[in-house]
Design a protein. Structure first.
Length: 392
């Protein structure tokens, strides 16, 4: 999978020696830029726009997100609780499978509680009624599966055959919408406007009979709206037209677009040897710190990587025991001697939220930099106890 992000932005002039290693460094100015772009689309289109916490939930910057967007979307009880404790605005919770014991708190803190099947809505009808009797106010949503694949990687395609995500649209009948206020779908991943339009064209005839009874439509995430070449004006037109046609409030809930190109992961070369090519061990682990490198898979862009000048690249990998803990082959800007610092671009989203301590590999610390003021603050660093306390 090719990543289409990787703009260094102000990180091109960031001195990597200012932070410890490994470390995530997030640029508040880059976040403000992304949030400004999203808020502008939201305002012009007259929609509601939520930030997906699953992609980026560095809650220290929650006030910044609250200043620009309408709230957040969450994936279950713990993200919903985090949202209620730290974020402002609406909370839309969707979970592929709720547990009865989690739902009362989810209903209390969420504005939208979105289910994966009409079966779950029916099974939890009593829990929902009790929550409302207690005074909780929330809408009920149903995630549908558009059955219209647009993704290049099946693992990231909720419309792949036999997908468990969303109720297949070809099974939707009026009876399934009893007590349902809104319809949700999420089927895009790092995509342009065209796949959204195609998905909507496939869905529209199926949903049209129900427009008048629905309050809102949530078009999920996967919209790469803050990428420089995204078709934002056309998106605004499309959203305005869809809103007018359906009479529904329209929600988008991007995650990646909120933090696109807003953070780097700084690492250090620990050792280098030769095995048919130069191979280096670093204190960044693909499996512990950037699992999408292996899962997607993709090759993260490196800050200031040297162009291919015919010299041997170095294969960079982590300190774990996993043979496949390999990040990729790179030409480092400052050579590859032990002690050399380097950084991978576009690591604010879907890396910080996915880190593990497999093999006891330390977690990267988290820094907040503001490239406009040059203020730099260590928000959190992790100790042995963080590893120990997760295990028993
Ligand atoms: C239901 C839902 N909403 C929103 C998102 C955010 O998507 P992205 O970060 O690609 O914009 C996801 C991502 O998987 C999702 O599953």
């Amino acid at each position: 999978m090719e990543t289409r992000a990787g703009d260094p932005g102000a990180f091109a002039r960031f001195d990597l020696a200012r932070v410890d290693s490994p470390a995530f460094v997030v640029d508040a100015a880059a976040l403000r830029r992304n949030l400004g772009v999203l808020a502008d689309v939201r305002d012009r289109a007259g929609i509601r726009l939520l930030a997906a916490l699953k992609a980026f939930s560095m809650w220290r910057v929650a006030p910044l997100i609250g200043q620009h967007l309408d709230g957040v979307c969450t994936s279950g009880l713990w993200e919903a609780r985090l949202a209620a404790e730290h974020y402002s605005g609406e909370i839309a919770t969707y979970c592929a499978g709720y547990k009865a014991e989690d739902l009362p708190e989810i209903c209390r803190v969420s504005d939208h509680v979105i289910f994966n099947s009409p079966g779950q809505i029916a099974r939890f009808a009593d829990v929902l009624a009790e929550a409302r009797a207690r005074g909780d106010r929330f809408d009920v949503g149903l995630r549908i599966n558009p059955l219209h694949a647009t993704g290049e990687v099946p693992r990231y395609d909720p419309c792949a055959p036999h997908s468990r995500l969303g109720f297949p649209i070809d099974q939707l009948r009026e009876a399934h919408l009893a007590g349902v206020d809104g319809i949700h779908f999420h089927s895009l991943c790092e995509q342009d406007l065209e796949p959204l339009k195609r998905t909507w064209a496939a869905l529209r005839p199926r949903l049209a009979p129900f427009f008048s009874r629905l309050q809102w439509l949530n078009f999920g995430g996967g919209h790469h709206i803050t990428r420089a070449d995204y078709q934002r004006d056309e998106l605004v037109e499309f959203l305005q037209a869809t809103r007018a046609e359906t009479g529904c409030d329209i929600y988008l809930e991007p995650g990646e677009a909120v933090a696109l190109d807003a953070g780097i992961l700084v690492g250090t070369v620990l050792d280098v040897q030769h095995n048919g090519m130069p191979v280096a061990i670093t204190d960044i682990s693909a499996t512990c710190h950037m699992p999408d490198v292996i899962e997607a898979p993709y090759r993260p862009a490196m800050l200031s990587e040297r162009a291919n000048d015919g010299s041997d690249p170095v294969r960079l990998g982590g300190p774990s025991c996993l043979a496949g803990d390999v990040i990729g082959d790179y030409r480092l800007p400052d050579g590859c001697a032990p002690g050399t610092r380097f950084a991978f671009l576009d690591q604010a989203h879907y890396s910080m939220v996915k880190t593990t301590t497999f093999n006891g590999v330390p977690l990267p610390s988290i820094w907040l930099w503001d490239s406009e003021t040059d203020a730099l603050e260590c928000i959190r660093s992790f100790a042995y106890e963080d590893f120990r306390d997760r295990l028993s």
